[in-house]
Structure formats: C-alpha cells, structure tokens
Design a protein around this ligand. Structure first.
Ligand SMILES: [Zn+2]
Length: 81
C-alpha cells in the first residue's frame, strides 16, 4: 500500500541485498529480486546462480544439513545404477 510506512527490511532480499523490482532486459527478474544479481550479469556464471539458489533453499530447511549431497543413493539410482 502506498500510504503504509515501510521498513528497510521490506526492501531487502533474505540475504540483505536491496530488493530489486526490475532487472535489465534478458536478465532473471526473480534472481534479481532475491539475490540482487543473476547469471546474465557481467562476471557472474550460471553455476554461481545455481549455487546461490541451492544455498537459499538449503538454509530454509529446519534440519539443514551441512552439505546437500545425498548421504546414500536414492531408490531410483539403486534400481537403474
Ligand atoms: Zn542480471
């Protein structure tokens, strides 16, 4: 709402970066909104954006493991591996 006072936290992504409402043409809007950058930005590679998304999702888990590597093969891998 336009007349509702806002705080700095409402304009920041979970990582504290300023929340961007726009992204340059051809860039990921959601990545800019969440991370403040995307893999289309100069100097950023695709793996860096993937890594940022993984870290964000992992941090949101209540029992977040130190690593997101699966401790054992899934049933699908056991069946086809
Ligand atoms: Zn970008």
């Amino acid at each position: 709402m336009a007349d509702t006072p806002t705080t700095a936290a409402e304009h920041a992504a979970p990582n504290g970066r300023p929340l961007e409402v726009k992204a340059p043409p051809g860039h990921s809007l959601v990545a800019h909104q969440v991370h403040g950058w995307c893999s289309k930005c100069p100097g950023i590679e695709l793996w860096e954006e993937l890594y940022a998304w993984r870290n964000r999702e992992r941090a949101a888990q209540t029992d977040a493991p130190f690593t997101d590597l699966a401790p054992a093969a899934s049933r699908e891998v056991e069946r086809h591996g």
